[in-house]
Design a protein around this ligand. Sequence first.
Ligand code: HEC
Length: 157
Amino acid sequence: MKVPSIGTLSFGAVGLAAIVLIAIGPPGSHVAPPPPAPSGPAPSSVAFGGFTLTSDAVDLPIDDQQYPDGPHADVINANCTSCHSASMALTQPALTTDQWKATVIKMKEVYKAPVAEKDISAIVDYLTALSAKQGSAAPAGKESGSQGAPDASGGTG
Ligand code: HEC
């Protein structure tokens, strides 16, 4: 077996040192994490490793789960809150009886809402009364001009 020369050995030692230094990385690249923030009331902002996280307050959209009390409120709450909250209907513009009926029938036929045939008129009555309360949103004068308005059943679903 051939004994390696001094040159080969020293070249190998330098190469090995270089590999070790690359693996360790430059000085300062391994810094101990800052001490944990003192416990107490949650800070409104936290700075860490160059990032600052700031707490903020958010106003969530209105999400009424149930339909407000009124005639047939029990019927609509029993039929219309299983898939989406009441706000889905409460945030609609004022609609006519026919438009509400089309919506309820769409729920039943397109989305397979288990609404009993006998409950439909009570639900439509409730929703129409709701629209009447909104009143100002759809003045009676505009009603006659809404004949050509798009159908409330809204396309193919
Ligand atoms: C089987 C599930 C289901 C039930 C039960 C249900 N809906 Fe819906 N409803 C939906 C889906 C799905 C949509 C569409 C959601 C979307 O477009 O993001 C929707 C949308 C609506 C909308 C928005 C307008 C529109 O036409 O899309 C209204 C209003 C509405 N529903 C009212 C009702 C009423 C009133 C009832 C009770 C008769 C009811 N829903 C029961 C599934 C249901």
